[in-house]
Every structure is written in C-alpha cells, then in structure tokens.
Ligand binder design. Structure first.
Ligand SMILES: [Zn+2]
Length: 156
C-alpha cells in the first residue's frame, strides 16, 4: 500500500456567470473559481493525491493548464483519466479523504452529493470535510477555496 497527498487552491473568479463547482457539484451562493478548467479545487486535490500515491507525477504534468484541450474542462472527467493512469501503473484506490477550506458558502448541504460523485469517479470511498479559516489570511477573507486530500492505494 502507498499513500499520497494533494493540495490545490483557486481564487474566486471575477466572472459572475461562472458556476462554483466543488467535487463535481454546482454549489449556489458564490461565484465560480478562476482557473483553466472548471477549477474544481476538490477534484484537483483528489487527483493529485491519487497520482502521488501511485508515483505518477502531478495533475499539471498530465493535463497542462496551457493546453486548450482542457479549457473549461469538467474536472471529474480529468479525475477519471487520473484513475486510469493510477490503474495502468498497477494501483487501485482504497479511499480518499479531503478537507476543504472556505469561508462561504456552507458545504454541508452538498457534502453527500460531492462524496457520491467523487466516489463514483474514483471507484472507492471519497469523504469530504469542510472547515473555515476563521478569518485568517486570504482564505479567511473569502478570496478563494483550498483543498487538501490524502489517498491510499493498494496493488491492483
Ligand atoms: Zn486546480
């Protein structure tokens, strides 16, 4: 077995028409995050944790953010590709746990849907927790969203 960790952070976008997508779920009540793809910070952290666990580099290496193919991409699709990379390297996800840090909106009403979508894509249990930065720093000022993830994989 091996473990991997992933971290990602995105600022909120200035574009009011951009949806906020976290863990593959559209979350109302806040602008979307800025980024090349759909900027799903949770899916990106999960993907990096899995790649790290399997010793397969990082998300940016597999899906460069200057590649137009991934502009506004659905990050759950990217996550599915990452699971394929992990499997091709001979590893199977056991579980992934995430901590999302944001001031608002509240994630509790969306947590189960996020876990369901992520778990279906990864093929293993993905759990999501949310916490606030208690007013500290850029996250505490509500300027963006960060996510940490830890993944466990076993020989497939
Ligand atoms: Zn990202």
């Amino acid at each position: 077995m091996r473990v991997g960790m992933g971290f990602d952070i995105h600022p909120f976008s200035d574009d009011p028409g951009r949806p906020l997508v976290l863990g593959g779920v559209q979350v109302p009540g806040a602008p979307g995050l800025a980024g090349h793809s759909d900027a799903d910070v949770v899916a990106h952290a999960v993907a990096d944790a899995l790649l790290g666990a399997a010793g397969q580099g990082d998300l940016g290496g597999h899906f460069p953010d200057d590649d137009p193919a991934w502009a506004r991409a659905d990050s759950l699709v990217l996550l599915g590709r990452v699971v394929d990379v992990v499997a091709a390297a001979g590893w199977r996800p056991v579980n992934v746990d995430c901590s999302v840090v944001l001031e608002a909106p509240r994630l509790a009403p969306h947590r189960e849907a996020m876990q369901d979508r992520l778990s279906a894509q990864v093929g293993a249990d993905v759990t999501v927790k949310a916490t606030r930065a208690e007013g500290l720093g850029a996250l505490g000022r509500g300027e963006g969203v960060a996510c940490w993830a830890v993944a466990l994989v076993e020989r497939g």
